[in-house]
Ligand binder design. Structure first.
Ligand code: ASP
Ligand code: MG
Length: 441
């Protein structure tokens, strides 16, 4: 069994949906096919929600009508037969009458908003399944709301998914294709919820882990993870192979192609993840697995909007418990720390969420002195094989960065990355310098 996920642009036009149908049936492997909403739908649904929250009912109605018209056209173009068109129309009739009923509920709360935004995936998957029926593909639609769960901390409950799927799947042994929704799930109150924006990748990985899939494939409209940011650097290229660690670092540090949590379940169960391009299905894409390929430098990614805090202790010499006291404060204010550098008398940390910086600084001031924070910083993350016996690797990074002022360095946290903090005004130069220095071909 494989799990294949298609993003919004891959299902966003009738002709793209048709090419997906060809892709998934090109060989006879059984597949769970996870779909996002049609491109633009999730944003449109959220915009309707905004109008309803602010009681702009006329605005909401206009937006609902526009979205409905979009789906009408989609249905008229997707299906070839009268029966297919009728099935498609019935799906949008029923979902839009639900959307209109949601819009009538006062006050319009977060609960309704989550039901509303779930409609994107509910629509795309039902329309696709109806198309597979029209085409005579042996397929079925399994509702994600029946087996995707999050707990009270919004963490997915993969064991629950594993159990329910183990019970559900045998009834569909005769189906080559099992279609389901990305992104949506239920919370502990049984309500419709979701895995946050871009969460369909995460769904695919959770399902892939739960069913111990042979492979998870994430299909998008780019040819895999690039070695650097193609919007900023010329001559980037797709990275053929990454380890789970390397991919997790890249997904977190700005390579926007994957939802940052996607790697975790796949790694937990050792299921390889392949990133593929729907526009170029024959291209190899990027394979993320347990092993390394031989190149030392794999990729560079950057994360903006970082703030650096400089924390000094007058009593750190021979003191223990100092770091614990510092981190307890970040924990209390639910503020994750990205990078860390220590000396005997001080600690520097970076955060990307500055919402609670005031309270954090006040509590730190009770036992530390704080320097002015540096705002507008960027973490440059170099991913590759930095194991200690790989001599001269760090030197190459610093040589490439020789003309760029560096604020902070983090090396040795894992064997797969070296992170550098620079002012955001040097980001473009830094990414280009690293490209020339590490990847010149
Ligand atoms: N449709 C959702 C979003 O736009 C989930 C996804 O596409 O991954 O965020
Ligand atoms: Mg996405």
């Amino acid at each position: 069994m494989q799990v294949w996920k298609f993003g919004g642009t891959s299902v966003g036009k009738p002709e793209r949906m048709r090419s997906i149908r060809n892709l998934i049936t090109a060989d006879s492997t059984r597949k769970i096919v996870v779909l996002s909403a049609l491109s633009g739908s999730t944003n449109a649904l959220l915009a309707i929600g905004e109008s309803l929250k602010t009681s702009n009912d006329d605005d909401a109605t206009t937006k609902i009508d526009a979205l409905r018209a979009h789906y009408d056209t989609f249905v008229s173009e997707l299906y070839a037969t009268e029966a297919g068109k009728a099935a498609g129309l019935q799906i949008i009739e029923s979902e839009f009458s639900f959307i209109r009923s949601l819009a009538g509920i006062k006050p319009f709360t977060v609960k309704q908003e989550k039901e509303l935004v779930a409609e994107g995936e509910l629509l795309s998957t039902q329309l696709f399944q109806a198309y597979l029926v029209e085409e005579g593909v042996a397929s079925t639609l399994l509702p994600a709301l029946d087996f995707m769960r999050i707990d009270a901390d919004n963490e997915p409950e993969i064991q629950v998914t594993e159990q329910i799927l183990a019970e559900m799947l045998p009834a569909h042994d005769d189906k080559q294709i099992i279609v389901t929704q990305g992104f949506i799930c239920r919370n502990p109150r049984g309500e419709v919820d979701n895995l946050k924006r871009g969460g369909s990748d995460y769904t695919a990985s959770l399902i892939g882990g739960a069913v111990r899939a042979d492979e998870i494939q994430i299909w998008t409209d780019i040819d895999g993870m690039h070695n650097n940011d193609p919007r900023i650097v010329k001559n980037t290229f797709p990275v053929r192979e990454l380890t789970f660690d390397e991919a997790a670092e890249l997904a977190y540090f700005g390579a926007k192609i994957l939802h940052p949590s996607t790697i975790t379940p796949a790694r937990m169960f050792g299921v390889p993840v392949r990133l593929k391009n729907t526009m170029e299905p024959a291209a190899p894409g990027t394979l993320i697995a347990d092993r390394t390929s031989s190149e030392v430098f794999k990729a560079v990614a950057a994360k903006d909007g970082i703030t650096a805090l400089y924390i000094h202790s007058t009593r750190m010499l021979n003191a223990y418990g100092f770091l614990r006291r510092i981190f307890e404060i970040f924990e209390k204010y639910k503020t994750p720390v990205d990078m860390l550098a220590t000396s005997e008398v001080s600690v520097s940390v970076t955060i990307d969420n500055t919402e609670r910086i005031q309270e954090i600084s006040e509590e730190l001031s009770a036992f530390c002195t704080l320097e002015e924070p540096d705002y507008d910083q960027t973490i440059i993350c170099v991913v590759g094989n930095f194991s200690a016996d790989n001599e001269g690797v760090a030197l190459k990074v610093f040589k490439a960065m020789e003309n760029i002022p560096i604020r902070m360095i983090s090396y040795g946290g894992t064997e797969s990355n070296l992170s550098l903090l620079v002012h955001s005004k040097y980001k473009v130069d830094a990414l280009n310098a690293l490209n020339d220095g590490l990847f010149a071909r």
